[in-house]
Design a protein around this ligand. Structure first.
Ligand SMILES: Cc1cc2nc3c(=O)[nH]c(=O)nc-3n(C[C@H](O)[C@H](O)[C@H](O)COP(=O)(O)OP(=O)(O)OC[C@H]3O[C@@H](n4cnc5c(N)ncnc54)[C@H](O)[C@@H]3O)c2cc1C
Length: 387
C-alpha cells in the first residue's frame, strides 16, 4: 500500500496491546464486520503495559465493589479465550492478600467478598504461618485467599486474542503508527505511517500513548512507571504454582505483590518502587538504581525470608493513569471514536471485559458493562471540570 491508497473498513482499532487485542477478539465475533487493528510495534512486543511474564487476577477487588460484576464476567471471558486458543492463560493458583487485620485494603477486599459471596478463606496469623510458611507472618496479620484469583500470562493472552480475531477474519497491520484521527459526519479518517484508512468507527486502545492520538485527554491521562523485580528463593520447591499463590503483602507501610515461579528459578516479588508522573512512555527510566534495587531486595527478604535479596531480573514498564485510577472508557468527539485508557496499573485482569465494552460502544453505541464512573462526563465531574 502507498500513501495514495485509502482502505475502507468498519472499525479500526488503534493499538493492538492489552485492550486492543481483546477489542479485536470481541469485534471479530460480530458477523460481517470488517475490522482492522493497527499496531506501531510487532505482535506481543516488549514495549507495552502488558509485558513482564505475569499479571494478578483478583475477583475480590480491593478497589471497590463496582468492579466485581466486570471481574466475574472477565473471568468467564478469560476461560472462553483459553478454550478457544487451547492455551492456559489464567493459572488457578488463588490470590492471597496479607496485612495487619483492619488494613484498609483487606477491609475492602472482605467487604467485596461478603457482598458478592465470593469463595474465599480468611486465615489468622497462626493459620497463615502454617499454610503459607513462605511468608514472614507477624502477630495480628491476617490472610485473605481469593479462591477465584490467579495469575494471568499477559504476552500469551495478547497473542491468543489477536490470533483468534485474525482467525475470524480481522486484519492486523504491525509496524504501522497511527499519526492522527480526523472525525467528520460519517466516520473517521485515520492517517498512519503507511497510508490512510477510512473507518466508520475507531477504537483507541493506545495505552500510555493515548494522548498523542487524542490530545484532548491530556488533562485526564498521565503516564506512570512501574518496576518488576524477580528474586531467587533458596527452596524453589516452595514457590511453584502448585504451592504458591499470586499475592499482595502490606508490611509497615510498604506494599508488594508477586507471583509463583514461572521461569523455574525465581519468583516475581515487587516491593512498590515509585517515580514521578510522566507525560510519555519514552520518559520511562531505563534503569533501576542500585539503591532502589537494594531497598526492594531488603523488603522482599523481610516479607519472604527464603529469598536471596539480590534480584536476578528486573524491568521497568509503564501504564496510562487517570486522576482517581478509574479507567476512561467512553465515546469521544462526535461519537465515532471510542477510547479505553487510564488503566492505572490495574487493567489487565479486566482486559477481555473492557474489550467487550469498547466493541459494544463502537457497534451499538452503548454497553451495559460501561460503569457511569468510566465516562468522560463522570471523570470531568469528579475532577470538578465542566463537561
Ligand atoms: C509492571 C506492571 C504490572 C502490572 N500488574 C498488573 C496486575 O498484576 N494485574 C492487573 O490487572 N493489571 C496490572 N497492570 C496493569 C495492566 O497491565 C495495564 O493496565 C494494561 O496492560 C494496559 O493495557 P493498554 O491496552 O491500555 O496498554 P498496552 O497494553 O500498552 O497497549 C497499547 C498498545 O497501543 C499501541 N499504540 C500506541 N499508540 C499507537 C499508535 N499511535 N499507533 C499504533 N499503535 C499504537 C502500543 O504499541 C501498545 O501495543 C500492571 C501494569 C504494569 C506496567
Amino acid at each position: 500500500m502507498n500513501g495514495e491508497d485509502i482502505t475502507a473498513v468498519d472499525v479500526v482499532v488503534v493499538g493492538v496491546g492489552t485492550m486492543g487485542s481483546m477489542a479485536l477478539w470481541q469485534l471479530s465475533q460480530v458477523p460481517g464486520l470488517r475490522v482492522l487493528g493497527i499496531e506501531q510495534f510487532g505482535p506481543a512486543h516488549t514495549y507495552g503495559s502488558f509485558s513482564g511474564e505475569s499479571r494478578l487476577y483478583r475477583a475480590a477487588a480491593k478497589e471497590g465493589r463496582i468492579y466485581i460484576p466486570a471481574l466475574l464476567e472477565s473471568r468467564r471471558l478469560w476461560q472462553e479465550l483459553e478454550a478457544e486458543s487451547g492455551r492456559r492463560l489464567l493459572l488457578p493458583v488463588g490470590a492471597l492478600s496479607i496485612g495487619p487485620e483492619g488494613h484498609e485494603d483487606l477491609a475492602s477486599t472482605l467487604a467485596a467478598i461478603r457482598e458478592y459471596d465470593l469463595p474465599h478463606r480468611v486465615l489468622d496469623a497462626a493459620e497463615l504461618a502454617a499454610t503459607y510458611p513462605q511468608f514472614a507472618v507477624r502477630p495480628g496479620d491476617i490472610g485473605i485467599l481469593d479462591e477465584l484469583g490467579g495469575g494471568l500470562r499477559p504476552e500469551l493472552a495478547v497473542m491468543s486474542a489477536t490470533e483468534r480475531a485474525v482467525a475470524r477474519g480481522a486484519e492486523v497491520r504491525y509496524h504501522t503508527e497511527v499519526l492522527g484521527l480526523a472525525e467528520d459526519g460519517d466516520g473517521v479518517t485515520v492517517s498512519t505511517s503507511t497510508g490512510t484508512i477510512r473507518a466508520r468507527r475507531v477504537v483507541v486502545t493506545a495505552g500510555s500513548w493515548t494522548t498523542r492520538v487524542l490530545p484532548e485527554l491530556r488533562s485526564l491521562i498521565h503516564v506512570e512507571a512501574y518496576a518488576l523485580t524477580w528474586f531467587m528463593p533458596r527452596h524453589l520447591e516452595l514457590f511453584t504454582p502448585e504451592r504458591f499463590p499470586v499475592f499482595m503483602r502490606d508490611l509497615d507501610g510498604v506494599h508488594a505483590f508477586g507471583a509463583p515461579s514461572l521461569d523455574g528459578y525465581s519468583i516475581k516479588m515487587c516491593p512498590h518502587l515509585m517515580w514521578p508522573p510522566l507525560d510519555h512512555p519514552s520518559q520511562v527510566p531505563a534503569t533501576i538504581s542500585p539503591e532502589q534495587l537494594a531497598w526492594a531486595g531488603e523488603w522482599a527478604q523481610r516479607m519472604i525470608p527464603d529469598l536471596v535479596p539480590d534480584p536476578v531480573r528486573w524491568s521497568v514498564h509503564h501504564d496510562s493513569v487517570s486522576p482517581d485510577h478509574v479507567p476512561v472508557i467512553d465515546r469521544v468527539g462526535a461519537g465515532h471514536i471510542v477510547v479505553a485508557t487510564g488503566m492505572s496499573g490495574n487493567g489487565f485482569k479486566f482486559a477481555p471485559v473492557y474489550g467487550r465494552v469498547v466493541a459494544e460502544l463502537a457497534t451499538q453505541g452503548a454497553s451495559a458493562l460501561q460503569h457511569p464512573m468510566f465516562t468522560l462526563a463522570g471523570h470531568l465531574d469528579r475532577a470538578g471540570v465542566a463537561a
